[in-house]
Every structure is written in structure tokens, then in C-alpha cells.
Write a protein that binds this ligand. Sequence first.
Ligand SMILES: Nc1ncnc2c1ncn2[C@@H]1O[C@H](COP(=O)(O)OP(=O)(O)OP(=O)(O)O)[C@@H](O)[C@H]1O
Length: 257
Amino acid sequence: MKRTEEHIDYNNVVISIRDLRKSFGDLHVLRGVDLDVYQGENLVVLGRSGTGKSVLIKIIVGLLKPDAGTVNVLGHNVDSLSVKELDQLRLKIGFSFQSSALYDSMTIRENLEFPLVRNVRNLGRQEINRAVEEALEDVGLSQTINQMPSELSGGQRKRIGIARTLILKPDIMLYDEPTAGLDPITSNDINNLINEVQERHRATSIIITHDLTCAKETGDRLAMLLDGRFERQGTFDEVFATNDERVQQFYHYNFIE
Ligand SMILES: Nc1ncnc2c1ncn2[C@@H]1O[C@H](COP(=O)(O)OP(=O)(O)OP(=O)(O)O)[C@@H](O)[C@H]1O
């Protein structure tokens, strides 16, 4: 279970969504989503496949336009931003993809340098080296700096993927199924890393997962997408304290009894 909430600033709403709607033809995916995410919070988003979790994330980062509703991220109304302003906003948001998305032909050092060199101007060699070393220390993999991604395990690659996202010091971290395909022990390492990132970087994180252990271990709060809305929000215990069959199915499917 999560330990403490003292790193969360409930007076500072980082993402605020009101009555968000999105359909594709007759498919009404988001049907009035309301959500606030607070500074320093780990928010877990749950929902069955196809319920619209990715659509929601794409709208938050301005890759998809909503049909109706408002989305405010770090004080900006996403829908009203120019392309250039959206690019600047996206630099403050770190994506950690399900497939760690490392470049196979580059060393770990080169993989980590890549976002820095591309996005931050006028960085000297020493600053780059220091940033790479710090990011690797953050994820406990300093010794891999000169290795190739193919030489690392799936769990290690995932950690490097997170390091590569952290190197730009994002205000918001988005984790897309961070533990998918990992064994329980490696999954536990990743859960701990997500919590360490929260404590050390004071980042706000949204964690999309189907893994209820991950949800329980990392989430200060959970929000479950049901029929296009976050009908249930709260702590792990609060979300699952219901007879609602849609919620119970989700629980029993994960925890084989
Ligand atoms: N660009 C698009 N055009 C048409 N339909 C789309 C588009 N993007 C998403 N959809 C549909 O919207 C629904 C929600 O998709 P989404 O990818 O958000 O699901 P998800 O909750 O992320 O699922 P999963 O857990 O499997 O990743 C799906 O039925 C999908 O087919």
C-alpha cells in the first residue's frame, strides 16, 4: 500500500478536466469525464481494454481534439494552444511507453543523450554527461552506460526507458502499462521505482495499468473508467468497496481466488 500523502499539494491542480466528450462516429468513448490531478500525486487510471484510456491521454497532450469539454494542463487550456505552444507543453510531460522504445543501434548513454541534445539547446559536454549519469543513478543502472539495449533484460530496458523520460525533468509523468509483460519481482521493482520518482522528483504521475498490484502499490488515488466516465475514484479500497458487477469483475479477474 502507498505510504504517505505528504508529497501531494492538494491546493495545486496540475490537470483539470471537465465534462470531456469524445466519439468516433457512433462509438461514444468518453461521455463526460471529470478529473483533477494534484501536484505530486500518483493517479492510477483503470479500465478495461477499449474504454478510452489512450484516447484520454492523447487528448491531455493535444494529439486528439475533444468534441466537448475542457482540458487544462499546467495552467493551459490545451484546446486553445498553437502548435508551438503544444510542443512546449509536451516537453514538460514525460511519456514512458509500454515498449521501452529504446534505439537498438545506440548505447544506453546515447539513448539517454538523445532527448537532451534534441530538446535542450546549448548544453555542454560536461552537463550532458552529468545528466546521463544522474538519470542512470536514479534508476539504479549506472553500470549499463556503455551497453547496448539488446544486452539488458526487459525490466532493465523498462528502467532505462523511464530514465530517458526523467532526463528532461518533466512536471508530469505518464506511464503506459509499466509492468506489462514483467515477472512479479521485476514488476515490484518498477512499482518501487515509480514511487521513488514521485518522492525524488516531486513529479505528478498518471499510471495506466491493468495490474492491480501496480495500482495498489503506486496509486495515491485510482480512477476507473466505466461507460465513458470516471464513475469510481478514490483509494484502492474505496474503489473496490462496491457491489457494482463491472468493478467486481475487474477485481476478481486480477486476483484469482
Ligand atoms: N483515431 C481513432 N479513430 C477511431 N476510433 C478510435 C480512434 N482511437 C481510438 N478509437 C477507439 O476508441 C476506443 C477506445 O480506444 P483506446 O485506445 O483509448 O482504449 P484503451 O482503454 O486505451 O484500451 P487498451 O487497454 O486496450 O489499451 C476503441 O474502441 C478504439 O477502437
